[in-house]
Design a protein around this ligand. Structure first.
Ligand code: 5GP
Length: 120
């Protein structure tokens, strides 16, 4: 799948769509999910153009991969999520229900989060 430069997260990165921006560094930005599924629901996205985890892990260079995952941890620390616990999740493709074709990690926190995946 080729990268669609007009996907909603690309537009957020370019500042064309507003978001509640919570963090930014040279590799990533983090912002609140527009439709939160938990008291804390944050999205962390790389600044580079990658469709999904599959694309990111295959094409991003080591610095981008390290920088991105360090940013995810930093966001969780800054939002004080470590003590209570949090869940990190990335959807890739149809079975996972990926809606936005720009690689992103969800961070959920703020209540007990239940099973890892729905039963069916
Ligand atoms: P996915 O299903 O692709 O893993 O998750 C996409 C997420 O992006 C969903 O949780 C959805 O609520 C969120 N989302 C979609 N459009 C927007 C938007 O315009 N702004 C923000 N902040 N989040 C969005």
């Amino acid at each position: 799948m080729s990268y669609d430069p007009n996907n909603v997260f690309a537009r957020i990165l370019r500042g064309e769509i507003p978001c509640e921006r919570l963090y930014e560094d040279s590799f990533a930005i983090a912002f609140a999910d527009i439709s939160p599924q938990a008291p804390v629901h944050v999205l962390v996205i790389p600044k580079g153009s990658y469709v999904s985890m599959a694309d990111f892990s295959a094409r991003a260079d080591d610095a981008e991969i390290a920088g991105f995952f360090k940013a995810v941890g930093e966001v969780a620390r800054r939002l004080d999520l470590e003590a209570g616990g949090y869940r990190m999740l990335a959807n890739h493709g149809a079975d996972a229900g990926q809606e936005v074709p720009h690689f992103h990690v969800h961070l959920f926190a703020g209540r007990p989060l239940g099973r890892m995946v729905a039963k069916e």
